[in-house]
Design a protein around this ligand. Structure first.
Ligand code: ZN
Length: 245
């Protein structure tokens, strides 16, 4: 039997982040795994949380905040670590290559690594922000610019919006890991290029162009549809569990 690709998904999150943010991002990572393994195992995933603190002294507050046990399903490596050494070029940014190095050194990771983090990562000089970046089989996906509050926008569905964008970005990154080509279908998770957070909002399914019959046109409703439906949590429930959509 051929070895299945293994992918580590690490949620690298501020130890003072709200439990709700942590929960939606862990759910997003679990949904990425469920999506690609829907009809057959395409990769084996291990998903865990790595807490960071930005200055010494915060450490004592670390992992004791209350979160649902359910969001820690695969979480077997909770580690606290200062990320201060990974500061980037600009005041609020971190160096994604240093983050990868730090995560690789701190935790046991597979060859393929996806780090989802609320830290802002360093954009190329002519860009205002960057959604994700990839080096040597490791990607860092930043939720910072995906947060409406980053843009000082009021969004009553803020958590849903962040979750949708994080999931869409991770579906794109993991899709490349499992060998899918990127495409020019703007509705598709494999869309390229993805240049803005609103591009992520449009990405709601895997297009038929990838010739994966069981996954073609499967996906998650867009933020706009959710907002029109008046149910902010619709998107957070896998489609097959919505009894009366
Ligand atoms: Zn596509």
């Amino acid at each position: 039997m051929r070895n299945v690709l293994s992918i580590s998904q690490i949620l690298l999150i501020d130890s003072t982040a709200t439990p709700q943010i942590e929960k939606i991002l862990m759910t997003a990572l679990n949904e990425v795994q469920q999506f690609y393994n829907y009809d057959k195992p395409r990769a084996s995933f291990d998903t865990s949380v790595l807490y960071y603190f930005t200055s010494y002294g915060q450490e004592s507050e670390d992992v004791n905040h209350t979160i649902d046990k359910g969001s820690r399903v695969n979480d077997h490596r909770i580690i606290n670590k200062n990320v201060g050494d990974a500061r980037g070029l600009y005041a609020s940014t971190y160096d994604q290559q240093k983050l990868i190095k730090f995560v690789r050194e701190t935790t046991e990771t597979s060859d393929r690594l996806v780090i989802l983090t609320n830290l802002e990562i360093t954009p190329p000089s002519e860009w205002r922000y960057i959604l994700w970046d990839t080096f040597d089989n490791a990607s860092v996906v930043s939720t910072a610019p995906m947060d409406p509050e980053y843009w000082r926008l009021k969004d009553e569905f803020r958590f849903s919006t962040i979750k949708h964008r994080a999931r869409a970005a991770c579906l794109n990154v993991v899709g490349q890991d499992i060998g899918l080509e990127r495409c020019d279908n703007y509705r598709c998770f494999m869309r390229a290029p993805v240049e803005s957070t609103t591009d992520l909002d449009d990405m709601i399914l895997l297009g038929p162009e990838h010739k994966l019959r069981e996954l073609a046109n499967r996906g998650f409703p867009s933020p706009t549809e959710v907002q029109e439906s008046g149910d902010q949590w619709v998107r957070n429930i896998p489609t097959d569990r919505v009894s009366n959509p």
